[in-house]
Design a protein around this ligand. Structure first.
Ligand code: AP5
Length: 218
């Protein structure tokens, strides 16, 4: 299965991606996670993208496309993959179409998680992430049992540097570039729209059913 998650920052893409990757055994490919790992490791890529992530601006298309092209050449993607946060602009979507046409494996499902913009600020500023295993929490909506500690592995929870009110406002504004993607994938007949303004389990219930159906058709 070649699956992609589309949605505004805070829509719940990362939260649902962890469940999808576990249930359907596909690698979770998140451009945001790849950029953050490069920043943490202080690589040349990390140094180049850091100013963009810190301020909430999009990384230039050319650089982002190169990172994904290299990642999709890894052998673990042969049985399928889950893209999270890429593509995010029309040029990125067109580049992805070309890459997938080359390997003869088009996207068979784009899950568009819709959440009203006014809900997103509260979701993002309250988000906490486990430093060790990457599990995602929310101080109010999905709190850990022990404050500041991961339920799964006991790791320390931290706040992303771009989850400040200022950076979130920039990220939400940048997302206008993503709107044409809804039309792009709708035309390809692979778009599934999901109401993301419900509990994590309710959203997962719908996504799981869609993906089982899509896999059954494949
Ligand atoms: P990226 O890491 O992709 O961030 P994003 O798109 O802004 O999305 P988020 O990870 O913030 O949100 P999410 O939808 O995954 O929400 P989550 O599940 O965590 O990108 C970061 C940066 O990298 C960009 O700003 C850009 O600079 C750069 N970048 C990345 N890709 C790029 C590209 N393709 N092109 C150019 N630049 C790129 O949930 C959020 C919170 O809500 C959590 O606390 C969670 O617990 C809670 N929550 C989730 N679901 C629910 C629910 N149903 N009910 C209540 N709370 C919920």
């Amino acid at each position: 299965m070649q699956v992609m998650l589309l949605g505004l920052p805070g829509a719940g893409k990362g939260t649902q991606a962890q469940r999808i990757a576990a249930e359907f055994a596909v690698p979770h490919i998140s451009t945001g996670d790849m950029f953050r790992a490069a920043i943490a490791a202080d690589t040349p890529l990390g140094r180049e993208v850091k100013p963009y992530l810190d301020s909430g601006r999009l990384v230039p298309d050319e650089l982002t496309i190169r990172v994904i092209r290299e990642r999709l050449q890894q052998p673990d993607t042969r049985a399928g993959f889950l893209l999270d946060g890429f593509p995010r602009t029309l040029p990125q979507a067109e580049a992805l179409d070309a890459m997938l046409a080359e390997i003869g494996r088009p996207l068979n499902c784009v899950l568009y998680i819709r959440v009203p913009r006014e809900v997103l600020l509260a979701r993002l500023t309250g988000r906490r992430i486990c430093r060790q295993c990457g599990a995602v929490y929310h101080m109010v909506f999905q709190p850990p049992v022990t404050p500041g500690r991961c339920d799964r592995c006991g790791g320390e929870l931290y706040q992303r540097s771009d989850d400040t009110e200022e950076a979130v406002a920039t990220r939400l504004a940048q997302y206008a570039a993503t709107e044409p993607l809804v039309e792009h994938y709708s035309r390809q007949g692979v778009l599934y729209t999901i109401d993301g303004n419900r509990t994590v389990d309710e959203v997962w219930h719908d996504i799981r059913n869609i993906l089982h159906d899509v896999r059954g058709q494949g």
